[in-house]
Design a protein around this ligand. Structure first.
Ligand code: ATP
Ligand code: MG
Length: 401
């Protein structure tokens, strides 16, 4: 189904729901559905020919008025073609449901690929698997290529997995539904599965959505496969929902991404199911990436011309991206502290500031790569995560330097 037809279908559904709720006197739900109508009309306007646009916008304003007449806020004009999430403010939602809704309501991420340093191969992979199917659905259909399947990002902590997932959604102009296991897991039997279902149902309502399971090892851990029966059924539900996305002949509007820094700890059913058929290694930053990270993190700081970016790039070898960001912050704190606590004149950051910070900054990658090698040697998954094994073997452990 093309995007316009899908939006029209959703619009019709929201219209019917709104009328039903209005007639029942359920003001809150009626307001929510009227707001959905307004949003979908604006979205349609964004997709339509200029001659039709004004009519659709006017119609959406009428729904805005209805929302206001029922005590709500008018729908803010969406950015771009308007992929903002419909308001969900159903009465009597549980804390967990509202967490889920919050995940959906999150604004479109601001970060894009340009803001992610390095990781060119990862970006290329993601572009092919996630962005192109959204942007060129006709081409995929023409060549009979089924897009998607799940993508599992794995790699050391602090090197951009979460960031690149958000950037992918932003590049694809998709609603980004980012979930942690605490958003999904519920102690009551059957509730976690229901949450998974709800997430997929919510996502289906958008022309484009990316569901992102962050730290998926916590959701589907090996431990759970042996010990917790109802956590197993959570994984089954997730797999079933992912299967449900495989509607033949229709371009997908929902793609699934997941991330972990404990790939060896993920439930084998998930890894072997083929649903996460693409695994992408997100490595720690190489030289060009570190240089870019330094540029990004120093651009708003007064850095002396005497600071050699080249040398800093060398000195930060082996650190995670988040650690390099932290090093820049800490270095800037030195002259800041001098200025405030010691009332010294303002000065620029110099090399000595960075050297002082670096001397006291350890990297987590050391122990992380060691552990990865150990864990993967025990598992039967070394081949699946071959790139990680290679990178870990090539990582010069800092103590050995
Ligand atoms: N490639 C990158 N480019 C620019 N900044 C980065 C990059 N990677 C990490 N950062 C910085 O580090 C922070 C943490 O990165 P992120 O949360 O994406 O790491 P992660 O790989 O998901 O780690 P974890 O495994 O601990 O969840 C980001 O918010 C960003 O400030
Ligand atoms: Mg993360």
């Amino acid at each position: 189904m093309d995007v316009v037809r899908k939006v029209r279908k959703n619009l019709e559904k929201s219209r019917q729901e709104a009328t039903k709720y209005h007639e029942q006197g359920n003001v809150v739900m009626a307001r929510t559905e009227y707001a959905n109508c307004a949003r979908q009309l604006r979205y349609l306007a964004g997709l339509s020919k200029p001659s039709l646009r004004e009519g659709l916008i006017n119609e959406s304003r009428k729904y805005d008025e209805l929302v206001v007449s029922l005590g709500g806020q008018p729908v803010a004009p969406p950015h771009g073609p308007g992929l903002s999430a419909p308001t969900v403010e159903s009465p009597g939602v549980t804390g967990q449901q509202s967490k889920l809704q919050h995940a959906v309501l999150a604004e479109k991420p601001k970060v894009n690929f340009a803001g992610v340093a390095g990781l060119d191969e990862v970006k290329e992979h993601i572009r092919e698997a996630i962005i192109d199917p959204f942007v060129y659905p006709d081409e995929y259909a023409h060549f009979g290529v089924q897009p998607g399947g799940g993508i599992l990002l794995y790699g050391p902590p602090g090197c951009g997995k979460t960031m690149i997932a958000a950037a992918a959604a932003s590049e694809a102009d998709a609603v980004f539904i980012s979930l942690k296991s605490s958003d999904i897991k519920n102690m009551y039997v059957g509730e976690s599965e229901k949450n998974v279902k709800t997430v997929f149902t919510m996502a289906e309502q958008y022309p484009r959505a990316i569901i992102f399971f962050d730290e998926i090892d916590a959701l589907a851990s090996e431990r759970s496969s042996r010990m917790e029966v109802h956590e197993r059924s959570l994984v089954s539900e997730l797999l079933a929902q992912m299967d449900g996305l495989e509607v033949k002949g229709e371009p997908r509007n929902v793609l699934v991404l997941a991330a972990t820094n404990r790939p060896w700890g993920i439930d084998i059913a998930l890894r072997r199911s083929g649903r996460f058929d693409t695994t992408i290694f997100v490595p720690h930053p190489d030289r060009p990436a570190r240089q870019r990270l330094l540029e990004i993190n120093l651009q708003d700081k007064p850095v002396s011309a005497s600071v050699s970016l080249d040398r800093l790039t060398d000195l930060t070898e082996g650190y995670a991206s988040s650690e390099i960001a932290g090093i820049c912050q800490k270095a800037a704190r030195i002259p800041l502290r001098e200025r405030i606590s010691d009332n010294l004149p303002r000065r620029e950051l110099v090399m000595a500031d960075f050297e002082q910070v670096l001397e006291h900054t350890k990297t987590v990658l050391d122990s992380w790569y060691r552990k990865a090698l150990k864990e993967l040697a025990h598992s039967e998954e070394s081949e699946t995560f071959a790139e990680l094994v290679l990178m870990a073997q090539g990582y010069r452990f800092r103590k050995e330097r």
